[in-house]
Design a binder for this molecule. Structure first.
Ligand SMILES: [Ca+2]
Ligand SMILES: [Ca+2]
Ligand SMILES: [Ca+2]
Length: 351
């Protein structure tokens, strides 16, 4: 019983989220083709800038149990109004919560200044809702998001395709995490796949009841399957403001970090990666901080960025964890550590 304490906590947290988000939101119109529209910044910056998110440029969750709830999608919502809702939730230090859904779902946020890359120091922190299991230091609820950063080199106020670089977290090359052996023994796929691609297909009907075969997906590794609908979340899991019949996501896919300690599907421990991801360590932990110097180019070579103007985060793990549902990165904000005068030495994290 007692080793399940954290699971009970997790259930409470997820239950509270569910209640807070409300249920009655199924019919969103989708009169918007899903175009990306910048959200407007709306804070009065200090002379140095605001330490928090001031823009949401895009929000496209993958299918998931909190989709259309965090934030709530209502009739008439468009990509632009959903971006605004995300800004209202996690911008300007509001510390509400959004969910990116399953693998690939993402958000792109911006700031009113360039977050400086200071030598030897972590530069920003992405706030999530990760927590340790009771009495544990290596697992709990860790649903890591892969972080990419862009410096607005051409000064056009937008992150251009050639301005993005991935933060190379601890599993960027291979899975050397302390739990890798246990995960492999449990049957997890512990490969990192950097050119992973997955497509989710809009369901032809909304069951409104638990089912194992709800939303079909296919990936570029030859695998396919269905996302389940669970009994705690009966709303549509497919983003209702998006018109398209399929959603395709590309990017780095991380090793599966959920291990069922019970062996019978009732006690999933989500193990922490060592560093470099969102929604992985608790927000109060130094290990939730990021050094911009960890950014790498497409070949894996380090890049030397003066700072970053935009951050993109996507859910990094493709895994269903029993009744916890799919691994989904949740976000509560971003903090510029320098403006907040918080000093975290990078080499205390990436050892
Ligand atoms: Ca730095
Ligand atoms: Ca640019
Ligand atoms: Ca989470």
């Amino acid at each position: 019983m007692k080793h399940n304490a954290w699971i009970d906590w997790s259930r409470l947290v997820r239950g509270a989220l569910m209640l807070g988000a409300g249920f009655g939101l199924l019919a969103c119109s989708s009169d918007d083709g899903g175009e990306t529209t910048p959200g407007g910044g709306n804070t009065s910056p200090t002379p140095e800038g605001t330490p928090y998110i001031t823009r949401v440029l895009d929000f496209r969750p993958a299918v998931g149990q909190f989709v259309n709830e965090l934030p709530t999608c209502e009739a008439g919502d468009t990509q632009e109004t959903m971006n605004d809702k995300v800004l209202a939730a996690i911008g300007n230090n509001r510390r509400g919560m959004i969910s990116l859904g399953g693998f690939g779902g993402y958000v792109v946020v911006g700031f009113d200044h360039t977050i400086e890359n200071r030598e030897g120091l972590c530069d920003f922190r992405v706030l999530g809702n990760a927590f340790y299991a009771s009495g544990q230091a290596d697992y709990g609820s860790s649903e890591p998001g892969v972080i990419e950063v862009a410096y607005d080199a051409n000064g056009n106020g937008q992150p251009d395709d050639d301005e993005w670089y991935e933060i190379a977290g601890s599993a960027y090359a291979t899975c050397d995490e302390s739990w890798a052996g246990a995960a492999e023994a449990a049957g997890n796929d512990i490969r990192t796949i950097r050119d992973y691609e997955i497509t989710y297909y809009r369901p032809t009907t909304e069951p409104g009841a638990p089912t194992e075969e709800y939303i079909r997906w296919e990936d570029n590794q030859g695998a396919s399957g269905y996302r389940a609908m669970n009994s705690a979340h009966l709303q549509s899991y497919f983003p209702q403001w998006i018109d398209e019949d399929r959603l395709t996501f590309r990017g780095t896919r991380l090793p599966q970090n959920g291990i069922d300690l019970s062996g019978e599907g009732t006690n999933y421990a989500l193990y922490l990666f060592a560093y470099g991801y969102a929604d992985n360590y608790p927000n109060t932990s130094n290990e939730s901080a990021i050094d911009i110097a960890w950014a790498v180019d497409a070949s894996g070579a380090p890049v030397d960025l003066p700072g970053v103007d935009f951050i993109r985060i996507h859910t990094g793990v493709n895994q269903e964890n029993g009744w916890l549902g799919e691994c989904s990165t949740e976000l509560m904000g971003v903090e510029d550590l320098h403006l907040l005068e918080e000093e975290i030495e990078s080499n205390t994290i990436k050892k």
